[in-house]
Design a protein around this ligand. Sequence first.
Ligand code: ZN
Length: 372
Amino acid sequence: MKIPKTADIVGVINKIAPIALAEAWDNSGLQIGDPAAGVTRIMVALDPTPDVIDSALKASCQLLVTHHPLIFKPLKSISAATPHGASIQKAIKGGLSILSMHTNYDIASGGLNDLLAAKIGLTGCAPLKVTTTGELVKLVVFVPGDQLEKLRSVLSPYAAAGAKYRDCTFAAEGIGTFTPLEGANPFTGTVGTLAKVPEERLELLIERSQLPRAVKALLAVHPYEEPAFDIYPLLNEGEKMGIGRIGRLAEPVTLAEYADRLRKVLSAPALRYVGDPAARISKVALCSGSGASLLHDAAMSGADLLVTGDVKYHEARDAEDLGLALIDAGHFPTEIIMVDEITERLGRALLTSGYTECQVEACRTESDPFRI
Ligand SMILES: [Zn+2]
């Protein structure tokens, strides 16, 4: 029986949506709660509204995972006289931690924008606007030849590579020298004598974010008392990640047909669109939630259409001027799809991590505040 702490779940979520990907203006991550508290029940929801917090407490959850952050602007008070303050007080008093995965989940590979892209039939997707390019470093470690394979097997899973390769490393032979001093307990060689040892130089590229884990793994298996390794900064660019997606439909369709299809797959009661209903659509840009600020990025990328929510009148006019079709499918319908997805993925990730005593459930009480 293994019960995770809140901090353990933060670690699991960080693999699905690395916090380092969040936009600078965002406030993703643990909003309130105790990182050391044990968690046996988790609820997943889109918004940390008072009703959702009530649902989570009623279901005896100790953690609520939401897309939108509970705390976004700096707080001036936490008064129970305001709905926001009352929510924070109620969650703390009820022992409910609240964690949000917002722009880090939008941007992450396999995150909300990829989920929406798959849902609306897009393939071959790339980020619409790149917000981060993975930083790469080179890790070089020197090891006796007979220990090379052991070290390679431990480090190669950390190697950064393209989508079609893995376990990329390089090794070359050389001679290492050292003189063990008084008090040393050398793996090879004698105290006070210069040792010349045939060694291998093992090197690999690693995403900067993976480096601490890789070094820890290296230190755990390297035979030397004081392993020699170097970390080089690089100018190579890593994986490009960003907000929104652009991809293609399997078959071109008219704007009117596609709008109708979207309304059905997103279970939206209605949606609005801008453009000629008969226009042929094949290249589609999207941004879940609120993405009309990406109109120009979509037009510049050669998209026929941008799918998003929260479109204002003048943004609709801008789309007309750009000759870009625009579908406003709503903030809620383009994002509520994360609830089932995260419930399932988080549940699976917890089991994989050995946390068999922690249940994840979807909040079923949320609805779109806009009615038609
Ligand atoms: Zn949103």
